[in-house]
Write a protein that binds this ligand. Sequence first.
Ligand code: ZN
Length: 360
Amino acid sequence: MNDLRRSAATNGRRLLQTIRAGLVDHRLRSLDIIQRAQYVNVYHASRIPHVAQVFPVPITLARRMLMAMGSFVCAGMLFKVQYSSLALPRERGGVGLFHVPDRVTALFVSSQLKVWRRCPTSLTGLLLREYAPVSMSAPVMLSDIPPPFYHFRYFFFEISYILHSLPLLRILQTKTVYDTLQMCQTPNPIEHKFPQIIWRRVWKAVHAGYLDTSVQSTWYITVNGKQVNQSRLHRIRLADTPLCVHCGVEDTDAHRFSCGPSADVWRLAQRILAFLTRQPPAQIIFLTLLFPDVIHYPTTKTNAVNWIRGHTVRYIFGPDEKSELGYWTYLNDRHCALVRNPRYKQFFSNFLRSAFHDPP
Ligand SMILES: [Zn+2]
């Protein structure tokens, strides 16, 4: 028993080390944050020790693994998205990074329950029956479980809370338990900061399947308010002034749409978006790019609008030298690549094509 417990901890620590080692791997530096989250999920988190089914990985170790994964995803970013937010499902403001503590809990609880139900005469089955509390309603009353079997205490404790939201039979599925635990996680703090925004639509726009991960990542960072600008640097005392070095007005995310040549880029973006949505260009405001929760009818039109919004954010906050021609060329190049997508028609009908055929 103690050997297994030790092995759960040892494997957990080994995993933690490999994640930390990955942080210094330079080949991975060029990945964007969405690709890094996918990488760390596939190559590290999926190897969460199988012994986690027998003994829960110590919760402090699980938290440290999530921290290591989060810092890997955010490597090189000055303003980081909270690691627990990164681990939310995409539709709730995360990037789908595995939430290690929830994952090990789900793995442990559902596999123990499986043993209990399917092999009631196995050692684990017999012990669980022996120590089961009289009532499973939370908080469970557990008193006489001897120290070697303390992990059962954890099992009964967790399962009593999960039973609030799931019927017993569904707890047999690790994924269902994981999703349920995830629903209890605190939402992304940006949602609290701007409660009037319809966040479900924002996250859907940012993670749309027709955007490549570099656009998704830039847009995600921007929406989360983590782009570098003078105001943010000044707030953490890394800049002497919050003012833009080019024009002397306060440098904020909003300012990026009016600073120098970016103003021409933004005027063209306004014309394209106005053409697509049949509105006067002046009514297109940059806030619909920072918080893309405005939708149109039909969905394919919303998709076309969001494709332009996402790429505009990518261009404006990207490293390229800004110019109206540069922006138009960038959009055309990206669009040419997109047309080859077999689902192009399904995503955009003819809305997006019209903006390029009939330049506004
Ligand atoms: Zn400026």
